[in-house]
Design a protein around this ligand. Structure first.
Ligand code: MV4
Length: 568
């Protein structure tokens, strides 16, 4: 069965015009699946100037068709890049995503199974079957799902399909935190002091901890993102914490290996974007400040970091390049650092994928990271050198989630009854939803990313603060209101942020909860009435009233209008 996207409401899927350089390329018969012919080689010394950054050189054989093995805003983002490059894109979709935006955006779409990710977006066999059936010669994995799965990267390679990302070997090295630490030690990369081997006994752990000094952090070798982590303040707690960490790691990852690090209290989380081609060229593209997070879920990211000066950036960037080279890394990757109060930075882990927050780097570098990922996977050399990378301005990303800020940030799936999106100078919106679509509860509830750009941090903040009240989402709860609080906060504005920042803000700011909830309730009732009136008049259906409404800024004009009307 081919292409069973919904018959109605589909966007135009005319084939995009071929890019000029495609027409000049050798015929398809000379192509290997995913391989390239390089007809021209520019000596590295000969390249300079920003103008090169945007040039695509003629006569590199690009892909015929790209399967996007993901959903939501990132699938849409990748398909936009494909469209610009003149490469047809293929969507895969689960049962609940039949009408999802990424399906509407693709040139072709194929069903892959039930909502449960294991049956669809995480199912290697089904994804590869769609690639073969559609004739895709490359797969972009987005983030999450199969994006850091070494077995998937290897299976693509074995099937003659180019995986747009690093090799399985690079992923495996970074997938084990102890192995990564051993390799980084060899490469002379500064990492958090600690052990780089599995702890096999409480006695061994006690000796190591005494040497490092308390507090220490127990971590799962197979972990990342905070799972299986235990902070230990003093020796008497160590044995119980070790046993708990080991069994949690065993349950979560099927691998109970745990190691020890010196704990850095309230660190900053700063990461460096790297890009490596398959010819040995590796560059860094500046850092992203990612300290504003809640329970290991990032909420707001920015580039550059208010903490990092040019000298620190160069040192961090050079370390990040050393990390990438040690992993024989290819394509886009991110090197994560913990930064202590004295601005010492330590390698933490490497993410072997394109990240959610990549747009802030795109805005300050002027680069299109997805274009570059595709070009690199097609065998092109990086079209610029390190000295050509110039950072300009400041960018900040708000992750808009379908979640209820007044109810422990629980997911809030459901139908988007109405949607008004912000635009204007310095505003970029990477969204994966549309009005009338129902957000399923089966996946990560990220709806969109609202990104502000300005010549400096203050202007980026001002533009976001201007854009947020323009954003209106009815039918489901969102965390839009949270960003107004963050952007208005004095500590945030002066750049005083670390990984404990958001929790402190949420605690300090609970006195206004009742007043806020009251206002929100009035607005909710008014909006529900509007929604009912609207759907009843349009469809003649029974117009079931939505019980939810935007959780946007409390004083937006939308809410004011709703309240005024509600009091009439
Ligand atoms: C740490 C740490 C302090 N000291 N390691 C959390 C996620 C995982 N990838 C690493 N994490 C941390 N590792 C040492 N030795 C503090 C954290 C941490 C954290 C790191 C990045 C972003 C947010 C965080 C929130 C709490 C703890």
């Amino acid at each position: 069965m081919l292409c069973v996207a919904p018959a109605s409401g589909r966007l135009s899927r005319g084939r995009p015009a071929l890019a000029p350089w495609r027409a000049r390329c050798p015929p398809a018969s000379r192509r290997d699946a995913g391989a390239t012919v390089k007809a021209e080689s520019v000596p590295r010394g000969a390249r300079a100037g920003r103008s090169r950054l945007h040039k695509t050189r003629a006569c590199i054989i690009m892909f015929k068709k790209i399967l996007v093995a993901n959903r939501g805003e990132i699938a849409v983002r990748v398909m936009r890049a494909c469209r610009e490059l003149g490469i047809p894109s293929v969507a895969a979709f689960s049962e609940v995503d039949r009408a999802a935006l990424h399906v509407l955006m693709a040139d072709e779409a194929y069903p892959i199974g039930a909502a449960a990710a294991a049956e669809s977006y995480l199912n290697i066999g089904k994804i590869l079957a769609v690639a073969k059936r559609s004739g895709a010669d490359a797969i972009h994995p987005g983030y999450g799902f199969l994006s850091e799965n070494a077995k998937f990267a290897q299976a693509c390679s074995d099937a003659g399909i180019k995986f747009i990302g690093p090799t399985a070997a690079s992923m495996e090295m970074m997938g084990s935190k102890t192995r990564a630490r051993q390799e980084m030690e060899k490469a002379g990369v500064p990492f958090v002091p600690g052990t780089s081997r599995a702890l096999d006994s409480a006695q061994q752990a006690r000796e190591a901890a005494a040497k490092i000094g308390y507090p220490v952090m127990l971590k799962a070798a197979a972990g990342g993102g905070g799972k299986g982590m235990r902070l230990v303040h003093a020796a008497p707690e160590l044995q119980a914490a070790l046993e708990a960490a080991q069994s949690e790691a065993q349950r979560a990852f099927g691998d109970g290996e745990v190691y020890l690090e010196k704990a850095i209290l309230n660190p900053r989380h700063i990461e460096m974007q790297v890009l490596a081609d398959e010819h040995g060229n590796t560059v860094y593209l500046g850092e992203r400040e990612c300290s504003i997070q809640r329970r290991h879920q990032k909420v707001l990211e920015e580039a550059p970091s208010p903490l990092v000066d040019p000298d620190m950036r160069r040192r961090m960037g050079e370390v990040a390049v050393r990390v990438a080279r040690a992993a024989h890394y290819g394509n886009a990757g991110t090197v994560e650092f913990l930064v202590d109060a004295d601005k010492n930075f330590y390698f933490l882990e490497m993410n072997t994928r394109l990240q959610v927050e990549h747009p802030v780097t795109e805005l300050i570098t002027g680069l299109d990271l997805v274009h570059l990922q595709i070009a690199i996977a097609a065998g092109e050399e990086l079209p610029f050198a390190q000295e050509d990378v110039v950072l300009r301005g400041h960018a900040m990303e708000c992750r808009i989630y379908a979640e209820d800020a007044d109810d422990h940030f629980f997911p809030s799936p459901g139908k988007i009854e109405a949607l008004q999106t912000p635009a204007g100078p310095g505003i970029r919106l990477d969204s994966g939803v549309y009005a009338g679509w129902s957000v399923p509860l089966d996946y990560d509830p990220l709806l969109a990313k609202l990104i502000g750009y300005g010549e400096d941090r203050q202007q980026a903040i001002a533009r976001l603060a201007r854009a947020l009240p323009e954003y209106f989402v009815a039918g489901i709860k969102t965390n839009l209101g949270l960003f107004r609080r963050i952007l208005a906060d004095q500590d945030f504005q002066s750049g005083k942020i670390d990984t404990g920042y958001l929790e402190r803000l949420l605690k300090s700011d609970s006195s206004g909860d009742d007043a806020r909830r009251n206002k929100a309730n009035i607005a909710a009732i008014a909006a529900a009435v509007f929604t009912w009136l609207d759907s009843a008049s349009k469809t003649g259906s029974n117009g079931t009233a939505s019980n939810g409404v935007t959780n946007g800024p409390a004083d937006s004009n939308w809410k004011k209008a709703a309240r005024t009307e509600g009091l009439m």
